[in-house]
Design a protein around this ligand. Structure first.
Ligand code: 5GP
Ligand code: MG
Ligand code: MG
Length: 179
């Protein structure tokens, strides 16, 4: 699996160090808010689990699945709700956990949906942000790392469902998705 990676961008150690800072900040900001943490399946699951175990506050966790990528390296631009939340959103302080924000369409879809459902506040925490990829005007409030415009895998991010279990984030060799 490691042979398919061109270059490691963020090692497990770098990710942990960054998460410790982010989680401390979130613990302060959400101290008395009992947030509903919404993890976006499937890519954000590893990040979410590692983050919430570092957050020393009362919180609840739920999952939502939206799809826009359909397994390739380019999005179709269309976002669909694949699996809904179990929780009531009305009046809740919602914290969306994402793996990466690229065009921003996935996030925009989610934020609009949660607004419609009456969330008291909506913020976004994303492990990675690809600002150059942005097509719609939206931003993450808490970001692990700003990344270059390359196709990344690992630590939750996949190519056709694979590579999510790499303990680091790296650039996939173009040869893998070109053939
Ligand atoms: P967008 O912001 O373009 O609407 O979509 C964000 C979603 O596209 C992410 O949650 C992720 O699933 C996928 N995505 C965007 N950039 C990358 C990337 O570099 N690598 C992988 N594996 N997925 C990506
Ligand atoms: Mg995602
Ligand atoms: Mg994907």
């Amino acid at each position: 699996m490691n042979n398919d990676i061109e270059r490691v961008l963020y090692s497990r150690e770098m990710i942990v160090e960054r998460m410790n800072k982010l989680a401390a900040q979130l613990s302060t900001d959400y101290q008395d808010k009992r947030p509903l943490v919404i993890s976006v399946l499937t890519g954000a699951v590893l990040f979410t689990v590692d983050m919430i175990e570092r957050m020393d506050i009362k919180l609840q966790l739920d999952f939502i699945d939206v799809s826009s990528y359909y397994g390739g390296t380019h999005s179709t631009g269309e976002v669909k709700l694949v699996q809904d939340l179990n929780s009531e959103v009305q009046g809740r302080h919602v914290l969306i956990m994402e793996d990466i924000v690229d065009m921003g369409r996935t996030l925009k879809f989610l934020v609009d949906l949660l607004k419609e459902r009456g969330a008291a506040s909506i913020k976004v925490c994303s492990l990675l942000d690809k600002p150059e990829g942005r097509k719609v005007d939206i931003k993450a409030d808490y970001v692990g790392f700003n990344v270059p415009n390359e196709f990344l895998v690992g630590y939750g991010l996949d190519y056709k469902g694979f590579y999510r279990n790499l303990p680091y984030v790296g650039i996939l060799k173009p040869a893998i998705y070109e053939n």
